[in-house]
Design a protein around this ligand. Structure first.
Ligand SMILES: Cc1cc2nc3c(=O)[nH]c(=O)nc-3n(C[C@H](O)[C@H](O)[C@H](O)COP(=O)(O)O)c2cc1C
Length: 392
């Protein structure tokens, strides 16, 4: 698909994938993006997953017609982008491969070959002229792998951003610059699921590109961002600085017999009518946890409600809090609801699990349920709702 006079989208869709990275649900499939810059010299920007290499090579052929690519530029070595490299190198024996030293070291490890006769190693500040277009390379270490480089093409104001600004969901033959669906939800789930641990590194990258006139972002997954690049950069700035996007509450609960669930639902009802902002509720045993993680970062308040389980907290709750802590969760107000039939410990454990997170303020109202919520519990839940609403 032609994006501009010299720029083509040559990516592929994986619509049968069950779990991206064996972890994240992708009901809308996944795209592996690649681009062709057809200037005096032609560059292919990144590869695709190897099972889709034939389709990708055919897309490249369609974009270039009789011409052959001069370069394959590899910005990121994760196999969903890089495992198709070998097929490209066989198909186009004259082409040279452009990448960072760290990426070439990874090629050796992944493929047993780092293409010593055909390689051009680039580092931050280097440029590659294609004629009228020129790629400038910018190191983006740990966004979210160490070898990651992004490339900026000045004449078109295009940032090839590697996995940054990626989104779950395939293109499904739609216009890749306008897939007609909300970007934020699946981009947020992708960001906090995959990149979220590396907020400082994303901030460093945003600082580096802040002086550039970025009009189009070409990520390695999801749509090309051409209409509202500034807004997406602003969202990335919010996410990577761990600031909440808006006032609101995420309630995350676990429940074996339904009593903690009943309390969580009561709180949801109170908060939804109480002016605390939007409220999201998740049963951690059944929901898409990546979505719950995304909403925990999205809103400024979180309520954790859990059954006590073998003098610990319920396993799904432990995993959830550990996932938040691993991603640098901080700067939020947290309400706690615990349940136990003989020796409740869930509240203590949940607080301990959050103890490494910076700037967490626990709500004054803590709710303890002994087996099933009673009249006193509901009053406490109402008080918690009031306290959280008052903080809005
Ligand atoms: C396997 C298992 C272990 C439990 N361990 C504890 C425990 O260590 N301390 C406690 O007070 N209750 C314990 N409980 C009881 C539950 O925490 C308690 O019944 C609670 O009210 C269940 O809430 P729910 O209806 O939301 O599932 C345990 C329950 C199960 C199923």
């Amino acid at each position: 698909m032609k994006l501009s006079e010299k720029l083509y989208y040559v990516g592929v869709d994986d619509v049968k994938l069950d779990l991206f990275e064996s972890h994240f649900k992708v009901p809308g499939g996944m795209s592996y993006n690649s681009y062709v810059i057809a200037d005096d010299r032609a560059a292919v920007m990144d590869a695709v997953e190897k099972s889709f290499a034939d389709r990708w090579l055919s897309n490249i052929g369609e974009a270039l017609g009789e011409r052959k690519p001069d370069y394959l530029v590899v910005l990121h070595m994760e196999p969903d982008h890089s495992s198709g490299i070998l097929k490209f190198m066989e198909r186009y024996p004259e082409a040279r491969i452009v990448s960072s030293q760290k990426a070439f070291a990874m090629m050796k490890n992944f493929f047993g070959n780092d293409f010593p006769e055909r390689r051009i190693a680039v580092s931050e500040g280097d440029t590659l002229s294609l004629g009228g277009c020129e790629l400038s390379f910018i190191a983006a270490p740990m966004v979210h792998w160490p070898e990651v480089t992004v490339a900026y093409e000045k004449s078109g104001g295009v940032l090839f951003s590697a996995d940054a600004f990626g989104k779950f969901g395939a293109i499904h033959g739609r216009d890749v610059t306008d897939v007609g669906e909300d970007w934020d939800s699946e981009a947020r789930r992708y960001y906090f699921g995959i990149v979220g641990k590396y907020g400082a590194q994303v901030q460093a990258l945003l600082r580096k590109v802040s002086s550039l006139d970025v009009r189009t972002i070409c990520p390695l997954h999801g749509p090309v961002i051409s209409h509202d690049a500034g807004r997406c950069v602003e969202l990335y700035n919010t996410w990577s600085s761990y600031e909440p996007e808006e006032k609101g509450v995420t309630i995350a609960y676990t429940s074996v017999y339904g009593n903690t669930a009943k309390a969580a639902c009561h709180l949801f009802g109170k908060l939804a009518t109480g002016g605390a902002g939007p409220v999201a509720i998740y049963d951690l045993a059944r929901c898409d946890v990546a979505e719950a993680i995304g909403d925990a970062f999205r809103y400024d308040k979180l309520v954790l409600a859990s059954t006590t389980y073998n003098t610990d907290v319920f396993p799904h709750m432990r995993e959830f809090i550990e996932a938040l802590a691993l991603r640098g969760y901080r700067g939020r107000t947290v309400g706690i609801i615990e349940n136990g039939s003989w020796a409740p410990t869930a509240a203590r454990v949940m607080k301990e699990l959050l103890s490494g997170c910076k700037d967490i303020t626990f709500a004054d109202t803590e709710v303890r349920i002994v087996s099933a919520p009673d009249g006193e519990t509901f009053l406490k839940l109402d008080a918690l709702a009031e306290e959280l609403s008052a903080k809005s």
